[in-house]
Design a protein around this ligand. Structure first.
Ligand code: UD1
Ligand code: CA
Length: 449
């Protein structure tokens, strides 16, 4: 029986931010959401999140997890005081309590399992994750005997110079026998440099307490300031990119690429330099993306190519070529084997198979059939200043260069729009529409002086 508690009530003064620290984003998820997700594999019986500073925003951020119990810590008097708030909600609880600082986002699920196993196998009162850091500055130092039993934890600012030499740090991740912790929690004192109730002071009152060193110290990187946030992002990125390369994705220059860990790729996807994949994006086998491309919350089918383009909240089907310099947004939906080319913007527009929109167009709120050819410079005038209107362009229709399609408007099948037309009324199937003034030539005409 394991319950999880996440400490998320602090402001995070060192971030120099109005946003609570645990809500800062790391690759598309907040720090606290990442801490929470690292516990998913151990299927905790209960999940409690301790909130305080801007607690409502933290609650809002964790809305997708309806089973979370929020516990309020009204004043932030330290990590020990935060855990004291659990005495009443966990009144009848007899199992183990896994405690995570909300600012430790890179933990691997296997590491938490190892922590819990060590705790149970040794029947410890408490067990904590530690690591030997090359630069332990800022962390609490853990002092153990030669069997890894913990004697004392001293916060960095409370350390003597000699104690600071100890590189073994407290990762802020603990497993407690809850009834034993509950018995000592009321005895904490705030007699330290910060005048806070430190959770780390309970270890001196419990027995036995064991430390488990994590192999990869990067996992317990805590985020206290923006520099550590960027270091954590870098670690996360390396993990994500290594995984995809192992799974068969080619990256020409991984250092210039960023990929959120919410993205899904298939084997034989090629990611060119300076490319960024974000949010709920999926890319199917054989697609080539970049260089110079941003894709967010979008789905690309197999064998799609995207060159120097931005695609958000959109779908692109197999074999379609996008770019260079295209912008798809607001639920654009492109069919198979299409071409969307240079300086084309598509907003909330769906496009049937084998349709080309090759140069210099804006299409918004439009529905295009199959084998449509949109001439260079075709624009939908979809907004009258107050409302948006639809344009429908049916199968096989061609628009001439520099046409303006004034919505609401329907062009039937196999319509041809003469270049330079401003089309304001619907056009029937199989028609040519010319909506511009006829050319006038006056032979021998001169300007009189
Ligand atoms: C803490 C540990 C330190 C450890 C480090 C690991 C203590 C006293 N020190 O220090 O030994 O090396 O984490 O990252 O625990 N919080 C609350 N309520 C409070 C205070 C803090 O919920 O009253 C939350 C914060 O939102 C944060 C977490 O607890 O998510 C840790 O607080 P923080 O101030 O960052 O602790 P550190 O100084 O890093
Ligand atoms: Ca911290």
């Amino acid at each position: 029986m394991v319950a999880v508690a996440i400490l998320a009530a602090g402001r995070g003064t060192r971030m120099k931010s109005d946003l609570p620290k645990v809500l800062h984003q790391l690759g598309g998820r907040s720090l606290v959401e990442r801490a929470l997700l690292s516990c998913e594999a151990i299927s905790p019986l209960r999940r409690l999140v301790i909130i305080g500073y801007q607690g409502e925003r933290v609650q809002d951020n964790l809305k997708p997890y309806p089973d979370i119990e929020f516990v309020e810590q009204r004043e932030q008097l330290g990590t020990g005081h935060a855990i004291q708030q659990l005495l009443s909600p966990l009144d009848n609880f007899n199992g183990d309590l896994l405690v995570l600082n909300g600012d430790v986002p890179l933990l691997r699920p296997e590491t938490l399992k190892q922590l819990i196993d060590t705790h149970k196998n040794n029947q410890n009162a408490a067990t904590l994750l530690t690591a030997q850091l090359p630069n332990p500055h800022g962390y609490g130092r853990v002092f153990c005997d030669h069997q890894n039993y913990v004697q004392q934890i001293v916060e960095h600012r409370d350390c003597t110079d000699a104690q600071k030499q100890n590189r073994r740090i407290n990762g802020g991740v603990y497993c407690f026998n809850w009834p034993q912790l509950a018995a000592v929690l009321p005895q904490l004192h705030a007699d330290n440099d910060q005048e806070e109730y430190y959770l780390t002071d309970v270890f001196a009152m419990m027995q036995p307490v064991m430390a488990v060193d994590v192999e990869d110290y990067q996992e317990i990187t805590g985020i206290n300031d923006r520099r550590q946030l960027s270091v954590a992002y870098h670690i996360l990125q390396n993990r994500v990119k290594d995984n995809w390369m192992r799974a068969g994705v080619t990256m020409i220059d991984p250092d210039s690429v960023t990929i959120d860990d919410t993205v899904e790729l298939e084997a034989d996807v090629i990611i060119e330099p300076e490319t960024h994949l974000r949010g709920q994006t999926q890319i199917k086998a054989g697609s080539r993306v970049g260089p110079g491309t941003l894709i967010e919350n979008s789905q690309l089918g197999p064998n799609v190519t995207v060159l120097y383009s931005v695609i958000s909240d959109s779908e692109v089907a197999a074999e379609t070529r996008i770019g260079p310099y295209a912008h798809l947004r607001g639920e654009a939906k492109i069919g198979e084997s299409c071409r969307v080319g240079n300086f084309v913007e598509l907003k909330k527009t769906s496009v049937g198979e084998k349709t080309n929109i090759a140069h210099l167009s804006y299409l918004g709120d439009a529905t295009l059939g199959e084998r449509v050819n949109i001439g260079a410079g075709t624009i939908t005038a979809n907004y009258d200043g107050a409302n948006k209107h639809q344009t429908i362009i049916k199968t096989g229709t061609k628009t001439g260069s520099n046409s303006v399609l004034v919505a609401p408007l329907t062009l039937g099948t196999d319509v041809t729009v003469a270049a330079g037309s401003v089309v304001t009324e619907d056009v029937e199937d199989d028609s040519l529409v010319i909506a511009r003034s006829r050319q006038v030539v006056k032979k021998g005409w001169r300007l009189e002086s």
